[in-house]
Design a protein around this ligand. Sequence first.
Ligand code: SAH
Ligand code: SF4
Ligand code: F3S
Length: 472
Amino acid sequence: MDQTQRGRFVPDAEMARQTEYALLCRELLSARSDAPKKAYVHTYGCQGNVADSERIKGQLREIGYGFTETPDDADLILFNTCAVREHAEDRVFGNVGALKRLKAEKKDALVIALCGCMVQQPHIAEKLRKSYPYVDLIFGTFAIHRVPELLYRVLSAGRRLIEITPGDGTIAEGLPVERDRGVKAWLPVMYGCNNFCSYCIVPYVRGRERSRTPDAVLAEARALVSDGAKDITLLGQNVNSYGNGCGFDADFPTLLRRINDIPGDFRIRFMTSHPKDCTPALLDAMADCEKVAKHLHLPVQSGSDAILKRMNRHYDRAKYLSLIEYARKVMPELSITSDIIVGFPGETREDFEQTLDLVRRVEYTSLFTFIYSKRQGTPAAAMDDPTPPAEKSARFRELCGLQEEIASRRTAAMKDRVFRVLTEPGDEEGLLCGRTEGNVIIKFPGDPALIGQFTDVRVTRPRTWMLYGEQA
Ligand code: SAH
Ligand code: SF4
Ligand code: F3S
């Protein structure tokens, strides 16, 4: 490994120090009582946060914690938080408020910890410090690999700790991972974001883009496949800029091809692609690689050029539509999904109609739609926003209504067709569940022994957002 590559990682000595702290925690906890220790970990937000939680839980496992789904049973309660919209933050405050009683009962026998994107914001950390004195440990997104040390400091001193350090551009490799999705796995390829879309808090709370080396990603992918993973999702805020400026011998399309070459029967997914960096080379790689699911999540955010410009997105609708056209040319069966923000500051009725028009043209499989939420410290927070909330809600409903029509049409066209799905545990109706390559859910009767395997299912009854079927 050359010097520049070494510089991007948390030093080995620091990782070893954390392993020592894990041992110290373990000794301290077992000196206090013989009872097995249990942690309750709840994750808000995106898959990136879920992947972080798997690494936090890996460290907790090393310390000696088992896991529980009931906060009341837990010796440690940890919320990994999200800051992307106000609603996400409100939920965290509500749920933390509800822990006050439990902490009053259990006192030092319970540690309450908060981490993640929301607490990385100084004004939130301050609010928690002042108004939530029973939260024992607060740490930001750059301290994920220091769980043993932080926990030891809280446990040994019996004092609360707030550790919101800025990022230093390094990546912690080699953390233990506690996965909980059976045959489905998340695989982070990069962290952070450089794009500063004007509405978005992510670059502020997650720091600048940094990529794992192709070797690290490939080694983890191989390990996952040999552990039985059947559906691997590569994660990054903008996977198309994977490796930018790193001098790696692989960009994202090349990385996809190399993972595709790993022997085994598994599917590869990835998210998220930013349209400004989505290239024909990526779409060609998707088309060529038989293990890459023919599903593209390509968030457009708005169909209006004026709004896209104010969002700082660096593409226009013409470029977006030409990407979609190329993608469908090389992958006729491609399923496309997107994120759209309704009611961005200054969005007019005409702007919104441009969005409706774009949605009609693209005919998405499904859409994640959000009403704009003002995020403190972002450029959009300072923009004029004269549209009344009721008007924004009406636009939101109109967009959802349009997508519902499109989705029903698309699923109706899937009737009698056969799809290869990865079987997942079923629902309360006693049916098994599966996802098509395009990420549409099919429910079907079958032997639970199929769970974790690929199987062919014929669609019998299409619904708007999902399908019913039978094994083919
Ligand atoms: N990196 C990904 C998205 C991360 S956030 C990308 O660029 O596509 C997921 C989605 O949340 C975004 O695509 C956007 O649609 C939405 N979002 C982000 N900030 C928001 C805000 N302030 N208000 C409403 N929605 C927001
Ligand atoms: Fe946020 Fe834009 Fe980065 Fe996505 S690309 S995380 S929307 S700043
Ligand atoms: Fe993800 Fe929310 Fe952070 S969307 S990156 S957990 S702000």
